[in-house]
Design a protein around this ligand. Sequence first.
Ligand code: EPS
Length: 403
Amino acid sequence: MLRFLTAGESHGPSLTAILEGMPAGLPLTSDDLQNDMRRRQKGYGSGGRMGIEKDRVRITGGVMGGHTTGGPIALHIENLDWGQATGWRDKDISPMTIPRPGHADLTGAIKYGYRELRLGLERASARETAARVAVGAVCRHLLAEFDIVIGSYVVSIGEVAAPLPPLAGDSAAQAFLDRCEAAEANEARCPDLDVAELMRQTIFEAMQAKDTLGGIFEVVALGVPPGLGSHVHWDRRLDARLLWAVSSIQAVKGVEIGPAFENARLRGTQVHDEIFVVEREGASTLARYTNRAGGFEGGITTGQPILVRGAMKPISTTLNPLRSVDLASGEPAATRYERSDFCAVPRAAVVGEAMVAFALTDSLIEKLGGDSLAEMHPRFDALRQGRLDELPMDGTQWRFGYE
Ligand code: EPS
């Protein structure tokens, strides 16, 4: 239903994104997008580039008079590095012929037959995530119309992990919001302030050692109604779509829904979220007191917080060289350093939010029909919430068969 494209090179004049399939009638101005753009630029472990860029989005299509029209939304972000005095505009380039292990340098050159590696790295660069965050910010704005909120925090950097106990039940949403708010206030984006300081130190030590670090971030979506996604076909499973969306972020190599890898070590009775009936607002309602499923059963949202974790490998550009081959001479050669980040996990968490926002918006539009916001609202209000009286279970005998 919803799709987006981005275009642009890391050191070219600008990035462009086109988001197609957003309903009409959503109030939107470019100011609404700047907060996420600013958040993506903040985080300890960045290289020099973030001191140059001041990402701002200009909307150049699909929004008129402060509201979406239903047409494709065009988003434009300048790369300030291009135009600055020492910038990239018409710069003479020494050819780059030694591929950095871990990057798209070698695979891109093999695939496209480049005569030098920069042609691949310019597009493979995570600079592109600025455009994704702009797209995600538009999606977040639509989700907010339905009180769906997305946040994130860093769970671990290298060997330093925050002890974050599982949250579930009625108080979980507020506790997640508190976590996200605490994370927002420090440069490691970790909700545990003592661990955040340790993360800062470990990033500093990696930088001193001319090395890089990866880590794990968690994205949380709150207020998502039950019933998004479907079990009926592989590509309609929303958990699978979220896994795809988050694993598409540069350097993210693993994604899990809830504590999936930990669950794999436990027994079934320890893992599954048991179901209870409680009286809520005068109605018998189904409730869970744990959320080890991370918000999904059978590819369908349960109505519990959605939890998606992304594991990011250490940045592949390291100040200490790695062994490689000079493709021009065929001789062994050490990699040469290109300005880069040392640890991008705090910033990747914000990109993770954007990808989750996109996948959830897509699914919400699919569920509600998406020509205009005015059409979506009453349909959203009519969604089943998991009350007993919404389920037509009459307990009558029937015969299994097709005729
Ligand atoms: C990146 C390398 C660095 C990062 C860049 C991603 O850029 P440069 O080579 O210009 O120093 O700063 O990320 C961004 C520019 C950004 O906006 O996040 C890479 O190789 O992926």
